[in-house]
Design a binder for this molecule. Structure first.
Ligand code: ADP
Ligand code: MG
Length: 423
């Protein structure tokens, strides 16, 4: 990929934009880009430098992303809307061609890494609530104020706000001391010319960590989660922001029929029945479940005689009940999967396991906690897109405003103290 039209090879210390930005180390990569930690000599602060592959179609995609990031920045002058901030953008000429570069505020680890760090055991409800509040704030802003659909919401595209100063810890700046397989597609990134010794060493360590994690996951599926290896996230602030606007669109000006990453894809996208803001709400629901349980809500697989799409629809119905016939047969692709009664053509026997039971039986959530969370999540996973609550409505849901047992205890304590003082 480090050839003409591809990634730009970066070395530590490389200057960008006439020397304003100095590359520090690689933060991650995606299909179209590598992302570097860079020092901004003008503002004396750290930034994330997203360097796009150079070929025409990638430059086009970067311009698209810049358009949406700029719109998001223009409407959020105080930078409080939980969307990553675009600081600057420029072109950089390298041996592989011209690369569009975006300068973004520097953020920390993705929620995917957080889930891995927590060994796929799921986060405490209060942590999930904090994360959900940020993501919903971001979505409410994009949807209601900008008319924008993100179209690719998932744990990988939600980054924690970094709490660690990269200057003090240049090797690992996020919260995870555990460096796993870097994110991005399997065949992306990683030219050895740019990889220094430290990175290689960390990678080796990461491989071992990943192996351990997969062992753990297997035993989780067996339903015997032990708390021996619990990692404490106590005291860690769960503020986060939505990133990756490479697939964003305007609700009234859409570009693609097939949107979203498979596991987070809404039923109306699979069936090609048309979509709107509520596709992001579906992905949000899938993400919230994953934060609570550590497992993807839907992980469809192609099987004997049926494809991934049909398996995906079957998994949805096993969890949420039968899809109303009108919705099932209403899409341009409905005939591929459903007969005229609204039954799947190739997957006939469904094993129903409703959400609240799943949370208790498989994930061992306390009954009350499972019930409250299922009441929040179920409407978001409505088959009928127009019945799903908006981000704004979700923010007002009682579940979002539950006072945690810890906070209750703190309140009681402070009241007692007050009484004591008065007494
Ligand atoms: P792509 O569009 O190629 O998928 P992303 O914008 O998702 O690119 O970025 C790829 C990866 O780079 C992310 O998953 C994350 O690890 C890292 N990254 C992106 N933006 C930032 C940022 N602002 N701060 C820190 N890391 C970032
Ligand atoms: Mg991405």
């Amino acid at each position: 990929s480090y050839r003409k039209g591809g990634y730009h090879a970066v070395r530590i210390g490389d200057p960008f934009s006439g020397g304003r930005y100095i590359a520090q180390r690689k933060l991650g990569w995606g299909q179209f880009s590598t992302v570097w930690l860079a020092y901004d000599t003008l503002s004396s602060s750290y930034v994330a430098l997203k360097i796009q592959k150079s070929a025409q179609q990638f430059a086009q995609a970067a311009l698209h992303e810049i358009e949406f990031l700029s719109a998001a920045a223009d409407g959020d002058l105080q930078n409080t809307k939980c969307v990553v901030r675009l600081i600057d953008h420029f072109k950089h000429a390298g041996p592989n061609g011209q690369h569009l570069c975006m300068v973004l505020e520097f953020l920390g680890d993705s929620l995917l890494r957080l889930i891995r760090y927590n060994r796929y055991k799921g986060l405490k409800m209060d942590k999930v609530r904090e994360i959900c509040r940020c993501v919903l704030t971001g979505l409410d802003y994009l949807h209601r104020e900008l008319g924008m659909i993100h179209s690719d919401l998932k744990p990988e595209n939600i980054l924690l706000c970094s709490t660690i100063d990269p200057a003090k810890d240049p090797v690992r700046s996020g919260l995870t001391p555990l460096l796993e397989k870097p994110e991005g597609n399997a065949n992306g990134g990683g030219g050895s010319s740019t990889m220094n010794l430290i990175e290689k060493k960390l990678k080796r360590r990461a491989k071992r960590a990943v192996a351990k994690i997969s062992e753990r996951r297997v035993s989780m599926v067996g339903g015997e989660a032990s708390s021996k290896t619990d990692r404490s996230l106590d005291g860690i602030d769960m503020r986060c922001k939505v990133v990756d606007f490479g697939n964003a669109c305007w609700a009234d000006k859409q570009f693609a029929e097939e949107i979203q990453t498979r596991q987070y894809r809404a039923p109306e996208v699979i069936l090609k029945s048309g979509y709107s803001f509520s596709v992001d709400m579906w992905s949000f629901g899938c993400t919230a479940f994953e934060l609570v349980t550590g497992d993807m809500l839907f992980a469809p697989k192609e099987g004997n005689g049926y494809g991934e799409d049909e398996d995906h629809l079957a998994l949805m119905m096993e969890l949420l009940g039968k899809m109303p016939r009108k919705i099932a047969i209403g899409g341009a692709k409905s005939k591929d999967y459903f007969d005229r009664h609204g039954d799947l053509k190739r997957i006939r026997r469904l094993k129903y396991w409703p959400l609240d039971r799943l949370l208790v039986d498989k994930y061992k959530l306390p009954e009350a906690e499972a019930k409250e969370f299922a009441e929040f999540l179920s409407p978001i996973l409505e088959f009928a897109p127009e019945k799903r609550p908006t981000a704004q409505q979700c923010l007002e849901h009682p579940w979002m405003n539950v006072v945690s047992s810890q906070n209750k205890a703190d309140n009681v304590e402070s009241q007692m103290r007050n009484l004591h003082i008065k007494g």
